[in-house]
Design a protein around this ligand. Structure first.
Ligand SMILES: [Ca+2]
Ligand SMILES: [Ca+2]
Ligand SMILES: [Ca+2]
Length: 387
C-alpha cells in the first residue's frame, strides 16, 4: 500500500502519542505520520555529538578506522562514560572493558555511522543464541518517546477492546517507531545483529544497514575489536517491508534520541556479566523516553560551497522558486537565471517570459571567498533541441 500524507488532525494526535499511533491498530494500513517528537522533550542524558562527514569523506565500512581520524576526542564517547544503571554508579573496570564509540552522519543521507573500538579481557562469542558480548543500540529518530517493545505496551494482555496479545504486540508494535539492535561483538558465524522486531529480515541489510569488523580475537581471549557499521533510523519501520516504511530525515542541528549498553559477559559461565548503560534508566532498551539526546552536528570547518535547489511552481506560467542552499557564511549572492535576468535574494521566485532550457548560476561570497554553482538545463520547460 502506498504511503499517503497524513492529515493535520492525525499529525496533532501524533504529537500527543506518536509511539501509540506508530504501531498497533495501524499495522497493515498506511504508515503513521513521520511527525516530530514533542519539541524539547526532556531526555534523561546527553547531549552527545554526531559528527558530520563531508560527502567526499564518507567512512568506508571495512573495519579500518582510519577514515574516522577527523572525529575529535570531544566527539567520541568513552566506555568510561557508561555506568551500571542500578543506582550504584559503578563504572567499568578498565582492565575488563575500555575503549570508545564514535557516531557520524552525512548531510543528505538518513544513515547513522558508528565506529566501535573496544577492548575486553574476555570476549564471549562463538556460542549459539544470545550468549555473546553485545552492543545493544536503541534509536528513536523522531523522538516519538514511549515504549518500543511488545513487553512494555500498556495494553498488552489487557481485557476488552484495545487489548493485545503477545503476537499482536510483536507484529503490530515492536521496533516500529523506534528500533533496538543487539549487535554481536564480534558476530563469529552469526548475522551481525539481532534486529529485535518483525522487520528483522530487511532492516539490518543493505541499503539500510552494513557491518564490518576487524579483529584477531579468540573466544574467551582478550583484545581489541574494531567494528564499523551504519544503520537507518526509521520513524516507521513497518513489518510489511521497507516500501511501507518511513526513514527519519536527518537534518543538521537536529536532535535524535539514542542510547546504548555494552553487555559484557566475562567468565566461562557468564558469572561476571555487566550491563553498562549510557542512559541512567535501565529500561531504555524498550522505553524511548529514557534515551539520550544526540545532535547532528554541522561540519567542523565548513568551506564556502555554492549550491541551490529549485521547484517549478507552475509549468504553464513558467514560475520557479529558487533557494540558496550554500554552505558556509554567505554575505552576498547573485543569481543568473539564464534568460538575461537575475536576483540578489536568498529565495527568489522567477517567471520565465519564454519557454526553453536554461543554464542557471548562483554566485555567493563571504569571508571565506567566493563560490559559484552552475546547473545546466535542470530548469527546463521543454524537450531537448535536435542535436
Ligand atoms: Ca573504514
Ligand atoms: Ca570484560
Ligand atoms: Ca566480555
Amino acid at each position: 500500500m502506498p504511503w499517503r500524507a497524513p492529515n493535520r488532525a492525525a499529525l496533532r494526535v501524533a504529537r500527543v502519542a506518536a509511539w501509540a499511533l506508530a504501531g498497533v491498530g495501524l499495522a497493515g494500513s498506511a504508515p503513521s505520520p513521520a511527525a516530530p517528537g514533542p519539541a524539547g522533550a526532556a531526555l534523561p542524558c546527553g547531549e552527545f555529538a554526531i559528527h558530520q562527514f563531508a560527502a567526499d569523506a564518507i567512512p568506508r565500512i571495512d573495519g579500518d578506522p582510519s577514515d574516522w581520524a577527523e572525529v575529535g576526542a570531544d566527539e567520541a564517547i568513552g566506555v568510561e562514560r557508561l555506568a551500571a544503571d542500578d543506582g550504584s554508579g559503578r563504572r567499568p573496570d578498565p582492565a575488563s572493558l575500555s575503549g570508545r564509540i564514535r557516531v557520524g552522519w552525512v548531510r543528505g543521507l538518513n544513515r547513522l555511522f558508528f565506529l566501535y573500538e573496544v577492548e575486553d579481557d574476555d570476549w564471549d562469542f562463538g556460542r549459539p543464541g544470545l550468549r555473546n558480548d553485545i552492543f545493544e543500540l536503541v534509536v528513536d529518530g523522531d523522538r516519538s518517546g514511549g515504549p518500543l517493545i511488545a513487553r512494555f505496551h500498556p495494553a498488552l494482555n489487557a481485557a476488552g477492546p484495545g487489548g493485545l496479545d503477545a503476537a499482536q504486540a510483536w507484529f503490530g508494535f515492536q521496533n516500529i517507531h523506534a528500533q533496538n539492535y543487539h549487535i554481536f561483538t564480534p558476530p563469529g558465524d552469526k548475522d551481525p545483529a539481532m534486529a529485535w522486531g518483525p522487520q528483522a529480515d530487511w532492516i539490518k541489510r543493505l541499503p539500510w544497514a552494513n557491518f564490518a569488523s576487524r579483529h584477531r580475537l579468540q573466544p574467551g581471549g582478550g583484545g581489541r575489536l574494531t567494528l564499523e557499521f551504519w544503520i537507518t533510523p526509521f520513524d516507521r519501520a513497518d513489518p510489511a517491508g521497507p516500501e511501507h516504511s518511513v526513514e527519519t530525515p536527518l537534518r543538521e542541528n537536529g536532535v535524535i534520541a539514542m542510547a546504548w549498553a555494552l553487555i559484557d559477559r566475562d567468565g566461562a559461565e557468564g558469572t561476571r556479566n555487566h550491563f553498562w548503560n549510557l542512559s541512567p534508566r535501565h529500561t531504555m532498551y524498550g522505553q524511548a523516553a529514557e534515551l539520550c539526546a544526540f545532535r547532528l552536528m554541522p561540519p567542523r570547518q565548513p568551506a564556502l560551497a555554492a549550491d541551490w535547489s529549485f521547484r517549478i511552481l507552475d509549468p504553464a506560467a513558467r514560475t520557479v522558486a529558487f533557494t540558496d542552499t550554500s554552505r558556509g557564511t554567505v554575505t552576498a549572492r547573485r543569481w543568473d537565471f539564464g534568460d538575461g535576468t537575475g536576483s540578489t535574494e536568498a529565495a527568489p521566485v522567477h517567471r520565465y517570459a519564454q519557454s526553453g532550457k536554461f543554464v542557471v548560476t548562483l554566485e555567493v561570497s563571504g569571508p571565506q571567498g567566493r563560490a559559484r554553482r552552475e546547473k545546466v538545463w535542470d530548469v527546463s520547460f521543454t524537450g531537448d533541441p535536435p542535436p
